[in-house]
Write a protein that binds this ligand. Structure first.
Ligand SMILES: [Mn+2]
Length: 324
C-alpha cells in the first residue's frame, strides 16, 4: 500500500496516547520518507482553514485515530492521496483509503484502538505502542475484554511490566495535550521511536512534572458540585486544561452512572461537552452534527464543541436521551 507512495507526506494524528502511538508506528514504518506529522489545534476534531490550506502542498496525507469531517477529507483528497486509520464512528468515505474495521464489521471489541488497527495493518508483532494505544483508550476497562486481557497480560509478563506501569505511561503521554503543549505532542512520536526501554517513558522528567500539575487540577475539578439523579451525573467545570475526557471518565467509572460534563473554560467563545453513557451515543452524535456543532465520538462517548448560548439546550437533550 505505502510502497507506491512518492513525494512529501503529512501525518495528521489525534493528540492522545492512541494517536501518538499510531503515529509512532506509522512513522517508523515509513522511516526514510519525507513525512511530517501534526496534530490538529488541541481540542478540535477538525482542521482549521489554515490547517486545511497547509495540506495542499503534500502528495499524500495519512490520518490516524481521528474522524475528521467528511467534507474536509474530500477537500484534501483533491490534491493528495488520503489514507485513514481509525476506529471512531463515521460513515465510510469511499473516495479515499478508509481503513476503519469498526464501521465495516460488527465486532468493535476486536479493534479497541487505532494503534491496534495500524499495527495489525502493518503486520507487526504485538509491541508496546500497539498496547499503549489500547490502554490509553480504555484504561482498566479493557481487562473486561478477555481476548485483550490475555494479550496485554502476556505482553506484561514478557516485558516485566505491570498493568499499572502501562497506565502510568498513558497518563505521562497524555499530559502534554492536557496541558496544551501541541509541539510536545507532535514531538512525542519521534521520542518514542528512539526509546530502548519502557522505563524511558516512565522516567521522563518533564512528563512527570506535567502529571503532578494535572493531578491537582483534576482533583480540584472533580470537587465541583454536580447534579445527579439515579442514572446520570451532570457537572459543570471551568478549566483551561484539556481534561474534560479524564474528568468525565472518572465520574462515570467511579459512580457507575452516565456522566455529562460541560467545560466553559477551554475556549473563550465556545463550550466543550463530553458524555459517557451506557447507551449507544450514536443518535446524539448525529443530532449534534445536525445542529451544526463539531461533534463526534464512539459507541459510549460523545464529545462536542458548541456556541455557549446553545449549551443549555443541548445538555437538556442529552439528559432526556439518557433518562428515557
Ligand atoms: Mn483512539
Amino acid at each position: 500500500m505505502f510502497d507506491s507512495l512518492n513525494g512529501e507526506g503529512l501525518l495528521i494524528h489525534h493528540w492522545d496516547t492512541d494517536g501518538i502511538c499510531s503515529a509512532c508506528l506509522l512513522l517508523s514504518h515509513l522511516n526514510g520518507r519525507k513525512i511530517k506529522n501534526i496534530t490538529p489545534e488541541l481540542g478540535n476534531y477538525f482542521l482549521t482553514n489554515e490547517e486545511l490550506e497547509n495540506c495542499s502542498i503534500f502528495d499524500y496525507i495519512i490520518v490516524a485515530d481521528m474522524a475528521l469531517p467528511e467534507e474536509q477529507i474530500l477537500k484534501i483528497s483533491k490534491n493528495a492521496q488520503v489514507f485513514i486509520f481509525d476506529h471512531h464512528l463515521q460513515n465510510e468515505i469511499k473516495q479515499v483509503f478508509h481503513h476503519n474495521p469498526i464501521i465495516k464489521s460488527d465486532k468493535p471489541n476486536d479493534y479497541p484502538s487505532a494503534s491496534w488497527i495500524v499495527n495489525d495493518y502493518l503486520k507487526n508483532p504485538v509491541n508496546l505502542f500497539a498496547i499503549l494505544g489500547i490502554v490509553g483508550d480504555h484504561e482498566r476497562r479493557i481487562l473486561k475484554n478477555l481476548k485483550f486481557k490475555e494479550i496485554i497480560n502476556k505482553f506484561c509478563v514478557k516485558n516485566n511490566l505491570t498493568f499499572d506501569n502501562l497506565l502510568r505511561m498513558v497518563y505521562l503521554l497524555d499530559s502534554n495535550y492536557k496541558l496544551g503543549y501541541k509541539k510536545s505532542v507532535e514531538n512525542t512520536p519521534h521520542i518514542l521511536i528512539q526509546i530502548e526501554s519502557p522505563s524511558e517513558i516512565l522516567n521522563n522528567e518533564l512528563w512527570n512534572k506535567n502529571l503532578s500539575i494535572l493531578d491537582n487540577e483534576i482533583e480540584l475539578q472533580l470537587r465541583q458540585p454536580s447534579d445527579e439523579n439515579s442514572k446520570t451525573i451532570f457537572k459543570k467545570i471551568s478549566t483551561k486544561y484539556n481534561i474534560i475526557s479524564t474528568v468525565t471518565r472518572r465520574i462515570a467509572w467511579e459512580s457507575g452512572k452516565n456522566a455529562i460534563v460541560v467545560n466553559t473554560g477551554y475556549f473563550s467563545d465556545k463550550d466543550q461537552i463530553y458524555m459517557r453513557c451506557a447507551k449507544n451515543a450514536e443518535q446524539m452524535i448525529r443530532r449534534g452534527k445536525q445542529l451544526g456543532f463539531k461533534c463526534g465520538g464512539k459507541k459510549e462517548v460523545l464529545g462536542a464543541i458548541l456556541p455557549k448560548d446553545k449549551t443549555d439546550d443541548f445538555v437538556k437533550e442529552l439528559k432526556d436521551f439518557l433518562n428515557n
